[in-house]
Design a binder for this molecule. Structure first.
Ligand SMILES: NC(=O)C1=CN([C@@H]2O[C@H](COP(=O)(O)OP(=O)(O)OC[C@H]3O[C@@H](n4cnc5c(N)ncnc54)[C@H](O)[C@@H]3O)[C@@H](O)[C@H]2O)C=CC1
Ligand SMILES: O=P(O)(O)OC[C@H]1O[C@](O)(CO)[C@@H](O)[C@@H]1O
Length: 382
């Protein structure tokens, strides 16, 4: 069984590639990073280390790579794969869509064996988005044939994998915890299930719980830590004010999730505490700049701050702390991050309310924008 995985980065090697290889797949990574591709091709294996006491390495074998910029190689890999997965970043999906579309056309010409394509990105409906982008590149009759041959089940992936600073470019250190949830109802009938994966018939409660707890909390810690000059999440979470702030943000998103989906309160509170503990993992060093990366994406309408806040307001629940986290995101003035630079330019040009409105799609006069800007102004005075 051959799996083609787009993106041999932290989640690609440290989570999806590892699980697929353990599940008996030969894993062919497609990436645009020449060094990573060459190393994977030459060595055919790499080490994943779990960040815990007495951590030992897991050897991932049976892997190779292709150059993601080689259209013929990508198309051939897709045409002959038994499974396709991605972890490239939700905004990069459009760049891999042409290679996937070409591969699916080739596959149709060769008889059209059924195929699942699963985007493992931090976003709601990422596989559906990939499907839309792929189908848009095909003629109507090809698109119909691909829709019958291939399924794009959505999924939620959870494992903290920080930036890697090893001598070995393939080595990757990951937190021990992982969760990969796939929407079974979007799969082809009779499809085999992957070991280590949790299948559900309705993914929305799972992905919202994950995104609006792990990712909402993590980015809140990152932006609060950045504003106080901390370099890592671990340092930030040692600051009691930040830890209390993160907990208060997660109380708001948690109350919304409990109300919206009927999660058991005590279980959800335990889930929050477990996640806060994961942020603190002393065996990891996770830079605030990584966790806060791409603030425009994180401030967008469907992402981890605005969406839970809007849903909380719709349910008559408070969203003040979530608005404060948005204010801190507006203060993420990190020159190494292109979206942060763009956001700061937007603030200079449009003011904080205009910039937040532009990023979130909310009207400037929306109460969330007002609450975030009021906190933004207060932060300027500290
Ligand atoms: N790192 C983490 O802790 C988690 C990340 N995620 C999600 O996983 C996805 C990947 O994140 P990371 O692995 O952290 O990022 P990363 O930056 O480590 O990996 C992304 C990889 O995609 C490759 N890439 C870029 N353009 C490409 C193209 N056109 N074709 C093929 N490969 C291409 C890059 O070279 C890189 O190796 C993101 O959507 C992220 O939100 C989800 C859960 C946890
Ligand atoms: O690309 P993004 O959305 O910033 O993803 C990274 C986030 O995902 C996580 O891995 C959690 O799933 C966190 O480490 C981090 O907050």
């Amino acid at each position: 069984m051959k799996a083609v995985h787009f993106g041999a980065g932290n989640i690609g090697r440290g989570f999806i590639g590892l699980l697929l290889s353990q599940g008996g797949y030969e894993v062919i990574f497609s990436d645009v990073n020449e060094r990573i591709v060459e190393e994977l091709k030459q060595r055919g294996e790499y080490t994943v280390t779990l960040a815990e006491e007495g951590a030992s390495g897991i050897q991932v074998t049976g892997v190779t790579a292709i150059d993601g910029r080689d259209p013929a190689a990508v198309a051939e890999a897709v045409a002959s794969a038994d499974l396709i997965t991605t972890a490239v970043g939700v905004n990069i999906l459009k760049h891999i869509a042409p290679g996937i579309a070409a591969g699916l056309k080739l596959r149709l010409q060769r008889g059209g064996e059924p195929l699942h394509l699963i985007a493992c990105e931090n976003a709601i409906g990422a596989s559906a988005k990939l499907k839309e982008q792929v189908l848009a590149l095909l003629q109507p009759e090809e698109a119909a044939a691909v829709s019958a041959m291939a399924a794009f089940p959505d999924s939620a992936v959870d494992r903290i994998v920080p930036l890697q600073h090893h001598e070995d470019p393939l080595a990757v250190t990951v937190e021990p915890f992982y969760e990969w949830v796939i929407n079974r109802s979007q799969m082809l009938p009779g499809a085999e299930e992957l070991p280590g994966v949790h299948y559900v018939d309705d993914l929305i409660p799972f992905i919202e719980r994950k995104l609006f707890t792990v990712n909402t909390g993590h980015c809140s810690a990152a932006y609060a830590g950045y504003s106080k000059g901390y370099a890592t999440i671990q340092e930030s979470m040692k600051d009691e004010d930040i830890a209390a702030f993160v907990q208060s943000v997660l109380k708001e998103s948690g109350d919304m999730l409990i109300e919206a989906y009927g999660f058991h309160r005590a279980e959800h509170e335990a889930y929050i505490l477990k996640i806060i503990d994961r942020f603190r993992n002393p065996y990891l060093t996770d830079e605030v700049v990584r966790v806060g990366r791409s603030p425009l994406r994180k401030l967008s309408h469907e992402d981890r701050l605005v969406r839970p806040a809007l849903r909380a307001l719709e349910l008559g629940l408070p969203a003040q702390r979530l608005a404060e986290a948005m204010a801190l995101a507006l203060r993420f003035d990190e020159s190494s991050d292109p979206e942060a630079t763009q956001l700061q330019e937007s603030i200079r040009e449009l003011g904080p309310a205009g910039a937040l409105a532009a990023a979130s799609g909310l009207p400037e006069e929306h109460p969330l924008v007002a609450a975030a800007v009021s906190r933004y102004d207060e932060l300027a005075k500290l």
